[in-house]
Design a protein around this ligand. Structure first.
Ligand code: BGC
Length: 758
């Protein structure tokens, strides 16, 4: 399509109509220009394609499809290649179904474990979230299908998600919430970005020119379509001006008419409508020009892939010699999730899975001695003593008991947040009762977010499957019986108690307000800074083999701010089974200025190692690995000082450390004036020279006083010296010898400003 020509041929009415959906899933066709409609579909971990023509509310059943593991699980893989593979499979499915863009990935930060939609999101860490979502985007788009990275920005709770106003400071926005999108947008170039419902700092994101145009397009070079989340448009004209091109699902023409009226009465320039329409036309053209008529979708192959992905994602949290299971043992398999697993979450990501493989099915017919008992009813949280007794009896007869537990559907879903972090009481009681008769207990979890584990110290094993997709059972079987080696790592901290979480006092806020008071101290950034005991730290995950780290090298010990540094480390598999280790590189600043997290993940790589094998893993750390966002400078900034480069297996399992020193030029946050403190003049000979007479004026008085009157014992020279640095120049007016007045001080500060061109 010749986009420019098509655009020129369109009337204002046609252009406005292109800027909103015809129905829940399609844009409107422009018949006069032969522009076809364009279909989008949820996302993110499978196709929720709805084909009913008259379903404007989008709540009817979707086509039979494949439910892959949700992002809570795939994030645990720490594996870009795996996410890329998942993206390719989804892209292929979209091609086969005629869907031009899949609505995902969803990269919002897990600020609180309670967010009802955490299962759809990747991590509490922005680097992990942005890298993995970027890999997935590249996979989908390699099949010439668009993605819609969502929900931009800071959609971290479901409570009042359409109206809530979040107060988030600029540093937290930059370092955490924007950063989750930034890498993926810049590097993977999603075709579309979906803007979120909420307000940030007083403004609907859908009306924020700063975020939708300033940050996305001007700073990050995003050149695709910004579409609204479904119903996120508050004022259509303001949204269009801010950079929101496509309103979904549309408003039966109401908002299109507002656009037309605003152009006609001069409130809105037609050029703004042109720009949005042009971007939408380019999106349609991108898809149409490489649309395939021959791609086939092999559901069974994707079912297998879903199982493999889950196998690489599940996290072995605890193992005291009980796993892998011994195939000769009698094994009690307890819990409804063993036969009907919970493998996905509720809401718009819900897939109509064409088949589901449970652990029980996967293990069936393989010669194992298994006894099953249901243990609990997941449709209600009521303690059923009959079910528990049957389960206890089965456990008694076994050598080892595996309990399949977790969160039922009603506990976590899009649309609302969890009220607490507990599992259903009936499941906790079941586990406690079984522990009374059976010492070898393993808990397998199906859940989208961390849970409290009152029984943790008493069970011998915990395997976190998260919401593992429709083939979760095969992965459970392979991992439990050691046919596969667990290699997932936690993309989030599992706190002991909800109260330990940094957002605890400010989640979900009240009366349409929520204050992100913890700032950048989200997840492990907080737990590690406060040295809070956790059940499992960020990055944690066990294996059936053992890895050894050695030979951490850095390409230089001294570097200038902004320079890159090469880091490498050797990792060896010193056990007997092949496996995959996730090497995590953290940077820990030892600088004196701004308060920063103890360490932050700055690079990671998953490596596959045969038994006995060693590999050297290399990384490049660029400017951002050392930087924080400075609100005075309104830019990324690196402070001079020492930084530890740490290679570890979790944020609390640092194996090797190398110190480097970074030298950064002095920056001036503001001009010198009489409120500048004496310390601001130190460290530069020219400034020290300038300020010396001011100091002398004050010293003169101090020295005289010291001579004439005995000083109170409570004050020493050191104390005066120490506090002097924080004294502003103007104090010399009252405490000096009278040499200085405002004018004289101004001449000092003018000269200081002149020296640095301030
Ligand atoms: C969700 C989006 C989803 C859209 C379409 C919204 O309610 O927030 O993630 O893509 O619906 O179903």
């Amino acid at each position: 399509m010749d986009v420019k020509k098509v655009l020129q041929g369109m009337t204002l009415e046609e252009k406005a109509s292109l800027c909103s959906g015809r129905d829940f899933w399609h844009t409107k066709a422009v018949k006069s220009q032969k522009v076809p409609e364009f279909e989008v579909s949820d996302g993110p971990h499978g196709l929720r394609r709805q084909t009913l023509e008259d379903d404007h509310t989008g709540d009817s059943e979707s086509i039979k499809a494949v439910c892959f593991p949700a992002a809570c699980a795939t994030a645990s893989s720490f594996d870009r290649n795996l996410l890329n593979k998942l993206g390719k499979a989804l892209g292929n499915e979209c091609q086969a179904e005629g869907v031009g863009t899949i609505l995902g990935p969803a990269v919002n930060i897990k600020r609180s474990p309670l967010c009802g939609r955490n299962f759809e999101y990747f991590s509490e860490d922005p680097l992990l979230a942005t890298e993995l979502s970027g890999a997935m985007i590249k996979g989908v788009q390699s099949k010439n299908i668009g993605t819609s990275i969502k929900h931009f920005l800071a959609n971290n709770q479901e409570t009042r998600r359409l109206t809530v106003n979040e107060t988030v400071d600029e540093r937290a926005l930059r370092e955490i919430y924007l950063a989750a999108f930034e890498g993926a947008v810049k590097d993977a170039k999603p075709w579309t970005v979906m803007c979120s419902y909420n307000k940030v700092n007083g403004k609907h994101v859908s009306e924020s020119g700063r975020f939708l145009t300033g940050v996305l397009r001007d700073e990050w070079d995003f050149d695709g379509v910004v579409m609204s989340d479904w119903g996120a448009v508050n004022n259509r004209v303001h949204a269009l001006s801010a950079g929101l091109d496509l309103e979904m699902p549309g408003s039966y023409g109401v908002n299109d008419r507002e656009i037309i009226a605003a152009v006609k009465n001069g409130e809105l320039s037609e050029a703004v409508v042109d720009k949005a329409a042009e971007r939408i036309l380019r999106l349609i053209d991108k898809y149409e020009s490489h649309k395939s008529k021959t791609v086939k979708w092999d559901k069974d192959a994707d079912h297998e892939l879903a199982g493999k992905i889950e196998e690489e994602s599940a996290v072995l949290l605890k193992n005291e010699g009980v796993l892998p299971l011994d195939k000769n043992d009698t094994i009690a398999v307890i819990g409804k999730f063993a036969k009907s697993p919970r493998f996905q979450g509720g809401g718009s990501s819900h897939i109509n899975a064409f088949k589901v493989t449970s652990f029980w099915e996967a293990a069936h017919g393989k010669g194992h001695d298994l006894i099953y008992a249901q243990g609990y009813d997941d449709s209600k949280d009521e303690i059923d003593r009959t079910l528990i007794t049957k389960a206890v009896n089965a456990a008694k007869k076994s050598d080892v008991t595996v309990i399949f537990a977790g969160l039922p559907d009603s506990f976590e879903s899009e649309g609302y947040d969890r009220k607490h972090m507990r599992m259903p009481e009936c499941q906790n009681v079941l586990i406690e009762e079984i522990l009374k008769v059976q010492p070898n207990v393993i808990v397998v979890l199906n859940n989208g977010a961390p849970v409290e584990m009152p029984w943790l110290k008493d069970v011998k094993g915990v395997l976190e499957m998260y919401l593992g997709g429709q083939n979760v059972g095969s992965a459970e079987y392979n991992l439990l019986f050691g046919k596969a080696n667990p290699s997932g790592r936690l993309p989030e901290t599992f706190p002991v108690r909800l109260e330990d979480n940094p957002s605890y006092l400010n989640f979900p806020g009240a009366y349409d307000r929520v204050d992100y008071a913890e700032g950048v101290f989200v997840g492990y950034r907080y737990y590690d800074a406060k040295k809070i005991e956790v059940n499992f730290p960020f990055g944690h995950g066990l294996s059936y083999t053992t890895y050894k780290y050695s030979n951490l090298k850095v390409s230089k010990r001294k570097l200038k701010a902004g320079e890159s540094i090469e880091v490498s480390v050797d990792v060896s598999n010193i056990g007997r089974m092949a496996g995959k280790e996730v090497v995590q590189i953290y940077v820990a600043p030892h600088t004196n200025g701004i308060t920063r997290p103890v360490r932050e993940l700055r690079a990671f790589e998953k490596v596959s190692l045969k038994a006995g094998e060693t590999k050297t893993v290399s990384f490049t750390l660029g400017k951002r690995a050392f930087a924080y966002f400075d609100i005075d400078l309104n830019d990324w900034h690196i402070e001079s000082g020492d930084y530890d480069i740490e290679a570890g297996a979790s944020s609390r399992d640092i194996k090797l450390v190398k110190k480097v020193n970074v030298e950064a030029p002095r920056v001036f946050r503001k001009k010198f004036d009489e409120n500048s403190t004496f310390s601001e003049f130190m460290g530069d000979e020219r400034l020290e020279e300038l300020v010396k007479p001011v100091i002398d004026s004050q010293k003169h008085v101090n020295d005289k006083k010291k001579k004439d009157t005995p000083r109170s014992e409570a004050i020493s020279d050191e104390m005066i010296e120490e506090s002097f640095g924080y004294t502003p120049l103007r104090s010399v007016l009252g405490f000096g010898d009278g040499t200085f007045d405002h004018e004289k001080l101004k001449s000092v500060t003018d000269k200081a400003n002149g020296l640095f061109g301030l």
